[in-house]
Write a protein that binds this ligand. Structure first.
Ligand code: DER
Length: 220
């Protein structure tokens, strides 16, 4: 499909941001899976990777790429990850794949966060994609009520447990006009582990693959 083509193009273009000899930060999702396959072609030029999910870790290992514990590195030169939505300011909605917490941890460490996506992910206003919020199980209903107060329609991702043993609320019906403000507000609620808004630390570069076979780059 056109979006798969766009994802692959963006993933291929991201390789140029990988410094030789580096430990590469790797995100999660179908677009990142294309990136991992591209990274494997240059694996003798890199030291290894740090990963935001068990799924990406397994894929990297299957390609013979060494995966390091994040605690064993003191910096991450580049982090490559997808997004569910991005606005023009490279503020993102992430977490569709449920890996938002570890993704946000590595993004925080990364010197350069390169987001890869097909062009359909670029939107004017964030929120058409339901906002993932990772929560401590006992706080789920309390946080859901807080989200309703803010105009959201939270849906429990029933049966899903994150790599960290927590649960996810997907919040529908939000139009996020001030992403950093909402991220900060929700961060402060007891029981919220991670908010799938990446605005306080947005991407540095957004690479979009288009349906007609081009790529478009937006610098933060
Ligand atoms: O869950 C995530 O944050 C993923 O990065 C997601 O936002 C993008 O997944 P996709 O590349 O499969 O669309």
């Amino acid at each position: 499909s056109n979006t798969e083509q766009g994802k692959k193009l963006a993933a291929q273009a991201a390789i140029e941001y990988v410094p030789a000899g580096s430990i590469v930060g790797v995100g999660t999702g179908s677009t990142v899976n294309y990136f991992i396959d591209e990274l494997a072609k240059i694996k003798n030029r890199i030291e290894g990777a740090v990963s935001s999910s068990e799924a990406s870790t397994q894929r990297l290992k299957d390609h013979g790429i060494e995966v390091f514990d994040l605690n064993s590195v003191d910096s991450v030169p580049v982090y490559i990850d997808g997004a569910d939505e991005s606005n023009e300011n490279l503020q993102l909605i992430k977490g569709g794949g449920g890996a938002l917490t570890r993704e946000k941890i590595i993004a925080q460490m990364a010197k350069k966060f390169v987001c890869i996506a097909d062009e359909t992910k670029l939107v004017d206003v964030l929120g058409a994609f339901p906002l993932p919020v990772e929560v401590i199980p006992m706080a789920r209903s309390m946080i859901a009520r807080e989200l309703v107060k803010r105009g959201g329609q939270p849906v429990y991702r029933d049966g899903f447990v994150t790599d960290n043993g927590n649960q996810i609320l997907d919040v529908h019906n939000l139009r996020i006009m001030e992403p950093a403000k909402l991220e900060t507000e929700l961060n402060d609620l007891p029981g919220v582990v991670t908010v799938g808004i990446f605005a306080l630390r947005p991407a540095d570069v957004l690479i979009l693959g288009t349906a007609d076979g081009d790529i478009r780059k937006i610098d933060g």
